[in-house]
Write a protein that binds this ligand. Sequence first.
Ligand code: CA
Length: 225
Amino acid sequence: MGERLLVIEDEHRIAQFIERGLIYEGYRVEVTHDGRAGLTAARDNPPDLVILDWMLPGMDGLEVCKRLRSASNVPILMLTAKDDVSDRVQGLDAGADDYLVKPFSFDELLARIRALLRRSTVSSKPESLRFADLTLDTGTRRAMRGNRAIDLTAKEYELLELFMRNPRQVLTREMIFDRVWNYDFGGESNIIEVYVRYLRQKTESEGEPRLLHTVRGVGYVLREE
Ligand code: CA
């Protein structure tokens, strides 16, 4: 059985285009046309991934995203006609894992869905990754700093796992794009910076020493001071 995808999109033409294509690809699809109905659908029958339009009647996509995120780590792909950086950052702040700007090609939508699902279902043998006082359990996908539990979104988890599997190695932006986002997000995108900032906020919130360091002009490295 294919993964279950929830599409929350008020434009019926676009919703139908997405639904037909995804069903053809073997996914199970549920469609709702407004924010509140989408939120209810996600709670009643948790999907494997949510495709969420930004501009929605009832409750806008940003608010839906925040509420979904407060209750679950389900991957969220936002659709938006807005394409400026502050809007993207707003969406990422709300907990979206990825973005697609309208109009988009169906192939690109598929590629991003596959990448998000692959990342959220990578379930090789669970192991506990450890670096300094940071641990990451690949089975439960929970992170701990010392005795403090850290909640991660799907993308934050992927990024942290990449660093934990490559400690003390400088990871270039290109490498991170390739491994975590798995496609070309666009050269000017600041998505890595945004996610590194989230990880730092979460891993240093009690004033712990920084582990995720910037290597200016190159990328990032997980190391102790
Ligand atoms: Ca809309």
